[in-house]
Design a protein. Structure first.
Length: 152
DNA sequence: GCCAACGTTGGC
DNA sequence: GCCAACGTTGGC
């Protein structure tokens, strides 16, 4: 089992959206970066646990936890010309992008803020605090997972 | 809205 | 395959 951190802009989809419909699978689509896609396609497995991280917003940080319930499949939004994620170069017989499905596990009682993560020496190696790190899907070690959740 | 740090594109 | 120009991300 692996651990991950997924970034999302809460104005698009936030932990509260998931909490409101906790039994509805969360379709994680729209990843349009090859390195992040490769993690999704080759690494993310059913049963993996995921930190939901809110970015590009007022309250930045880890907001909750989800679990993978479906591994990588062709991201439907790449074929949808009305979608902001539409990719005219993607072909049905050779999809470029993949999606996974998640299940809501919990919203953390309090956000683990980026400030707090940065101020923890144990989190120095966490990809999300590395300079220039912009991946929306990043691996997290079990130790980082435990240490991070211990910050709350 | 600024800007650093990427990633992508396309001409050559 | 190089690299300049352009686009995007995301914290501040």
């Amino acid at each position: 089992m692996n651990y991950w951190l997924f970034k999302t802009e809460p104005s698009e989809c936030s932990i509260d959206d998931f909490a409101r419909a906790p039994t509805t699978p969360i379709v994680w689509e729209g990843v349009r970066n090859y390195q992040a896609r490769n993690f999704l396609r080759d690494g993310v497995q059913v049963g993996d646990h995921v930190l939901i991280y809110h970015s590009s917003c007022k309250d930045i940080g880890v907001a909750g936890i989800a679990e993978v319930v479906r591994s990588a499949y062709a991201d439907p939004s790449q074929f949808d010309c009305r979608s902001i994620y539409y990719d005219p170069k993607a072909k049905a017989e050779q999809p470029r992008w993949v999606a996974v499905d998640l299940r809501f596990v919990q919203k953390l009682p309090r956000l683990i803020t980026l400030d707090k993560i940065k101020s923890s020496a144990k989190m120095a190696e966490l990809p999300v605090v590395q300079k220039g790190s912009r991946l929306s899907v990043m691996p997290v070690t079990i130790q980082q997972w435990r240490d991070l959740l211990a910050l709350q």
